[in-house]
Design a protein around this ligand. Sequence first.
Ligand code: AMP
Length: 414
Amino acid sequence: MTFKDLNLIEPLQRAVTKQGYTKPTPIQLKSIPSLLTGKDLIGIAQTGTGKTAAFVLPILQRMTEKYPRVVRTLVLAPTRELAAQIGESFAAYGQFLKFKHTVIFGGVSYGQQINALAKGVDIIVATPGRLLDHLNQGKVNLKDIEFFVLDEADRMLDMGFIRDIQKIIARLPQKRQSLFFSATMSPEVNELAKRLLRNPVHVEAAPQATTVERVKQCVFFVDQGTKQSLLLELLKQKHLTCVLIFTRTKHKANRVEKFLNENGVRADAIHGNKSQGARQKALYDFKSGRTKVLVATDIAARGIDIDNISHVINFELPNEPESYVHRIGRTARAGAEGTAYSFCAADERNFLHNIERLIRQKIEVLPHLYHSKQAENAVGAVARPPPKHFGNNRGNQSRKFFSKFMHKGNFRRR
Ligand code: AMP
């Protein structure tokens, strides 16, 4: 299935191709056709599933049916970061169309937002509080809204936005297409959806919650310096038959691969600096069991679709908690059992905390030879990676190296 098969118009196809997307994600496949026919929709999906494009693309397409410059689309998001991100998606996917959008959130001055609104926009992406301020001051009018999206509804409710949302909804015209996205479904979320939507289509992106539930998850507190020894110990166990190891950087992926091969464990690494051919060979060898271990970065792992991964090992925890869910979802596929081991050093303690908050569970701590009390108990500044200073020694060294490299004419622009 391609974006063309979804009957997206040419300017949108061109835009997604420019983004480098080759095929729609499952939530896009499930949502776009219904949204193009004008149906309301309730989507259970987390960030990272491609849900933004799943609503931005069909909305843009439906908007092209006419071109009056009035506010026709409203997207509400809980945080300014998410609102900005959605705004960027409208810009990226709509770059070959003529619509204008603006992003409205609190904590910044009103002036620029008022100017943007006064010039006329087709699309508003907003956090509820600030939008309500503009509405109350008569700076914005929602009477022409045709498309309304409530994103991350569960977080909106958690953050206490329900009253603001209700006030905004009361100003929307009755005749409109409404879309509702939430990562989780509680009775309150359900109640809000029911009030908002008419005969909605239900779509669910890879039911990640159930995947998370099926994966046995454990954490090992360990110092950075002993992670490799711990890894080797674990890999000696027979039941670790097909192991996907995650690192945060390409450099670390290479180091882990080298270390394992030097210590008698056949391993390959895949990441963005490897050629397509090398990646395919590594995947083939891993799938066929020739190599037991594959080391990957988050981005490289996106396309990996292998059913028999017995263990995922987070050699380094991801800084984005959603990535953890993606990573561990690589195991326990197709109904199989799966285990995820996470190595947590002191400076990753906060990452672990954020992950546990996202998945709403405590991950079991396993005792082991290299257990680090310091890592387990880290709080405050030591629980985070050290800030990157350009003025420090390492920065100077790498700058020196870089300039030497460029001097020799070895530096090629990509
Ligand atoms: P979202 O779930 O909307 O936050 O999207 C997660 C990430 O997936 C974003 O970085 C998008 O750029 C990317 N993305 C969205 N759709 C696709 C696609 N069809 N193929 C590859 N990446 C995509």
